[in-house]
Design a protein around this ligand. Sequence first.
Ligand SMILES: Nc1ncnc2c1ncn2[C@@H]1O[C@H](COP(=O)(O)OP(=O)(O)OP(=O)(O)O)[C@@H](O)[C@H]1O
Ligand code: SF4
Ligand SMILES: [Mg+2]
Length: 336
Amino acid sequence: MVSSPTPLLEIRDLAVNFAVYGGELRVLDGVNFRMFAGERVGLVGETGCGKTTMMKAILRVLPTPPARIPRGEILFKGKDILKMKERELRSVRGTGISMIFQDPTAALNPVFTIGAQMHAVIQSQAQNNHRSIDRRKIWQLAVSALKDVALADPERLLKSYPIQLSGGMRQRVCIAMALSTNPEILIADEPGTSLDVTIQDQILRLLRDLVEKRNMSVILITHTLGVVRELTNRVYVMYAGSIVETAETTKIFSQPLHPYTRGLIATVPRLTGGGIASGIPGRIPDYRNPPIGCRFHPRCPHVMEICKQQKPPLIEVEPNHSVACFLYSPTPKVEL
Ligand SMILES: Nc1ncnc2c1ncn2[C@@H]1O[C@H](COP(=O)(O)OP(=O)(O)OP(=O)(O)O)[C@@H](O)[C@H]1O
Ligand code: SF4
Ligand SMILES: [Mg+2]
């Protein structure tokens, strides 16, 4: 018998709530997700559906409180990140998983030079790996990381403060920092969306080239379906805190099954903000009091009685294609 490989990252039934005045927002509602080494995964879903929350949970950088994780597992190479001690967690954040945040300004500390910040990242990675590294070597690595992201005059840049750089340059610096630890998984959360469209395009092209050159595993969050098509080989579709469909990228575009995915695909080219309105009327539910059963049911053109009572499980309906919808569920478990 051939045993299947262990996923590089696997999330099982992850829930995340946020305490707010007068109650709790039940945002992530049993997320299931897995990726294997070398995969490039796209994560899509309209604004507020919980994409960034899911990524922050993976890196354990959600502020607790207000965040609370009532259940679930996040397995990195089979080990639960949620149960890791600080030292192990640092090593995952160092060489295991790195994240590029949407807003490069927020990701860089304004009071330190780029050089000082890159120095800290490279040094802590070396410490995590029990290696000693001198200042000269750190400087060389920082220069080469900045060259890799096509930044001219890296020596001068390292002596600059973030405010002295343009938005596009700052985003490139963030990419260089995330890649300088040579992570096994790179999470890119809408890289460049705070920048103008031309610069955003350049950043995405740069990212694609780097990822291809290094054969890296990537989770890419984006609102632009064209980017998903171009950069990923598998897509996860998220709605109101759950994964509702996953398949290979070509399959998601050629044969979407979940009514929400179909709505998204119909809303080309952007699915951000209110942009989905032409595909599916309505909006993401209030997480204080989300709909019972399938959270999509108030907006679904195919809603059935069972959808208002039970949450549809994510079921593999054909090899490598899973969907959470009672339209495809073989045996609904409720009496109608
Ligand atoms: N620290 C927090 N405190 C309270 N609520 C939060 C917090 N962080 C996120 N949320 C809530 O969780 C929900 C999901 O937010 P999240 O940022 O994960 O969405 P997203 O899918 O990344 O959206 P976008 O596409 O706009 O980036 C939102 O309703 C948001 O208000
Ligand atoms: S489970 Fe029901 S409400 Fe949810 S997407 Fe499927 S048909 Fe629509
Ligand atoms: Mg987000």
